[in-house]
Design a protein around this ligand. Structure first.
Ligand code: NAD
Ligand code: ZN
Ligand code: ZN
Length: 451
């Protein structure tokens, strides 16, 4: 039995918490057609998880309004996130066969419950990746990713001390909600979790308010990037790229990106000021930390983690993770701690699932390093501001969008995105459905990955 299945059994034995205000474990309308599927019997295409390292585009029932404040969206754009790879690899537990994935999506309001205020059929909207109730300790401060009322999972509560919010397409560990890599999606508390997009902002820009823009902005401001800071960023994926963009916007004097592949060159073409460090091509006897100390007296002021805890560099952590002795490697966090200046700051935005060994607590303590868990980013705190920055042209999400692809090809693309080959050159994708508008000016044309 896999670790993920065992976690499901443990959670079933404990049972859910009772204080949530939305239906849990609605990860595919086929789970209970009478309750969750549209009465018309209409079908839709959706990307479903079928087991570790296995996803497929399948026909499933179209969802219906289940609760009073639900909105059903016709999806016009979605994408794959580095976070989806953690689900593909089953690094996040409690996935179940048939779960529909996708936590970043935009669309058009198709139908809604009578309790939804401020939205109308036909409105163009983007969803936040987290499902917030809009009225709890955290939602009242717009800290939407930590909503207390949308995730009843007791395993997460037990492991972390408090639960996080429910999330779209992100396993039963975060409530179990069908995602938006589909033609339709159900959005609980639609009046809270959807933001209207103005005509001036096309889907290819607005979509990324769901997650990556808010996440990168949060990573930069929550870790405290100040004017003049030298910022080192681990991971040159879309999150790392937008962190570089936003670090400069917040006054960083230098940004150094650390990775091991073509993405360093990709980012360099977009921001020539960025400096790069390829950890796979280090001179003998040197390390990421020693190279950073050579580049910056004392080391960078700030380190941002935009990778994840599941990618071990050395055999030691590889085997400890394989045998379940830890869930995450501490290698990157240790590099960040030892690299920054004494009293420097480190922020963790890449996903860490549980426990880690060989953590360099001595360097952290003795050198006064501040280690900050940035958390799942509270999208609602930032998305209106970021939307207005897009409207004014102050930020341009298209800088990271390398490809437009079809939902029909998405299972193949998951594996390509996972491999990160230079030949494919996938940085961030825009996934179109049959409801999408043609490509907007300046955004990529469609690339097909299947016959
Ligand atoms: N906290 C949040 O709210 C939030 C939201 C979205 C994404 N995330 C997480 O942020 C992380 C980055 O997301 P993404 O979409 O850019 O992911 P991605 O998988 O596309 O990119 C990760 C990059 O890290 C690089 N990498 C791997 N090992 C490395 C190492 N040892 N040192 C430096 N680089 C290394 C990879 O080559 C890759 O280019 C993921 O863990 C994702 O789950 C967090
Ligand atoms: Zn994401
Ligand atoms: Zn709430």
């Amino acid at each position: 039995m896999s670790f993920s299945q065992a976690a499901n059994l443990v959670e079933t034995a404990f049972g859910h918490r009772g204080n949530t205000t939305t239906e849990q474990d609605v990860t595919n309308p086929a789970k209970d057609r009478a309750k969750y599927a549209d009465p018309s019997g209409e079908k839709m295409k959706a990307l479903v998880w079928e087991g570790k390292n296995s996803v497929a585009v399948r026909e499933v029932p179209k969802p219906r309004v289940v609760e009073d404040r639900d909105v059903v969206l016709k999806v016009t754009g979605s994408t794959i996130c580095g976070s989806d790879l953690h689900l593909l690899h089953a690094a996040i537990v409690q996935m179940q066969k048939g779960d529909i994935l996708g936590h970043e999506f935009c669309g058009v309001v198709e139908s809604m419950g009578s309790g939804v205020k401020g939205l109308q059929k036909g409105d163009r909207v983007v969803a936040s990746f987290q499902i917030a109730c809009g009225d709890c300790l955290y939602c009242n401060q717009k800290l939407s990713s930590q909503c207390e009322k949308t995730n009843a999972n007791t395993l997460e509560h037990g492991m972390y001390g408090s639960p996080t919010a429910g999330m779209f397409g992100y396993s039963h560990f975060t409530g179990g909600f069908a995602g938006g890599q589909a033609e339709y999606v159900r959005v609980p508390f639609g009046d809270v979790n959807l933001l209207k997009l103005p005509d001036s902002v096309p889907d290819e820009k607005g979509l990324y308010l769901s997650d990556v823009l808010a996440t990168s902005w949060h990573c930069v401001v929550d870790t405290g990037v100040n004017k003049g800071d030298v910022v080192a960023i681990w991971g040159a994926g879309p999150i790392g790229q937008m962190c570089a963009d936003f670090a400069f916007l917040n006054g960083a004097s230098r940004v150094i990106m650390i990775d091991s592949n073509w993405r360093l060159d990709y980012i360099k073409t977009k921001y020539p000021k960025v400096e790069t460090l390829d950890y796979s091509a280090l001179p003998r006897g040197s390390s990421v930390t020693s190279e950073l100390k050579n580049m910056v007296h004392g080391g960078p002021d700030v380190a941002l983690e935009c990778v994840a805890g599941e990618y071990a560099k050395g055999w030691g952590h590889y085997f400890e993770m394989l045998f379940g002795i830890e869930t995450d490697t501490s290698e990157i966090v240790n590099e960040m701690i030892t690299s920054v200046k004494n009293f420097g700051r480190c922020g963790i935005t890449g996903v860490y699932a549980g426990y880690t060994n060989h953590f360099n607590i001595g360097s952290l303590m003795e050198r006064g390093v501040r280690l900050i868990g940035n958390g799942q980013a509270p999208v609602h705190l930032y998305w209106e501001k970021l939307l207005s920055m897009i409207e004014k042209g102050e930020i341009d999400p298209l800088r990271m969008v390398s490809h437009r692809v079809s939902l029909d090809d998405l299972d193949t693309i998951y594996h390509k995105f996972d491999k990160r080959d230079r030949a494919d050159g996938l940085q961030k994708i825009f996934v179109q459905t049959k409801f999408s508008a043609p490509p907007s000016p300046g955004s990529p044309q469609l690339t097909r990955f299947k016959e």
